[in-house]
Ligand binder design. Structure first.
Ligand SMILES: [Zn+2]
Length: 179
């Protein structure tokens, strides 16, 4: 394991003990491997940093929306058929809110077991990668037929991740309590 692969501590931690914007962005991008031990756990436990993380996630969703809108605009000029109503769906935002509520549940999770912490990291990573990939695909316009479905898919994935965390947490609680 090379520490060179990770961000240096002064890039990750602010003087007040919270994560820097660099670290938050790296988390939002799913670049968990760049972050030193403890950064993810802090983001999960700290209200300030988890809401920063949510803002950053929302921002990249909005960028995806803008790109998608642009791609749709191009498609509309080519295919001038029935103008399908396509207002911005609030679902991605709802999905992020759900994930954040899962993040809110994370402190007990992280405190409970190291194994769960790793599972949470993997879930978060998978989730952000999927959402970013979705936005990238939407932005490229490669799947124009799927454009309207992507926010839904992203939102469903986010909800599933949130549920996964909740289920994992419940299972851990019953393991702890039942034995
Ligand atoms: Zn913090």
């Amino acid at each position: 394991m090379h520490d060179d692969d990770k961000l240096s501590l002064d890039l990750v931690w602010q003087a007040d003990g919270h994560l820097t914007e660099v670290a938050i962005t790296a988390l939002g991008d799913g670049e968990v491997a760049l972050l030193p031990e403890g950064a993810l756990a802090h983001a999960a436990q700290c209200q300030t940093c988890s809401s920063e993380l949510g803002r950053s996630a929302l921002l990249s969703l909005r960028v995806g929306d803008a790109l998608r809108e642009q791609a749709a605009e191009g498609a509309r000029q080519v295919v001038r058929e029935s103008a399908a109503p396509r207002g911005p769906l609030p679902l991605p935002a709802i999905g992020v809110a759900l994930v954040l509520s899962a993040l809110g549940a994370a402190p007990s999770l992280a405190a409970g077991a190291g194994g769960l912490h790793e599972r949470w990291a993997a879930l978060w990573h998978a989730c952000s990668v999927v959402v970013r990939t979705g936005c990238a695909i939407a932005g490229s316009g490669a799947l124009s037929g799927w454009l309207t479905a992507l926010p839904w898919i992203s939102a469903v994935l986010l909800v599933m991740v949130g549920l996964g965390v909740a289920v994992a947490r419940g299972r851990q609680l019953s393991l702890n309590g039942g034995m």
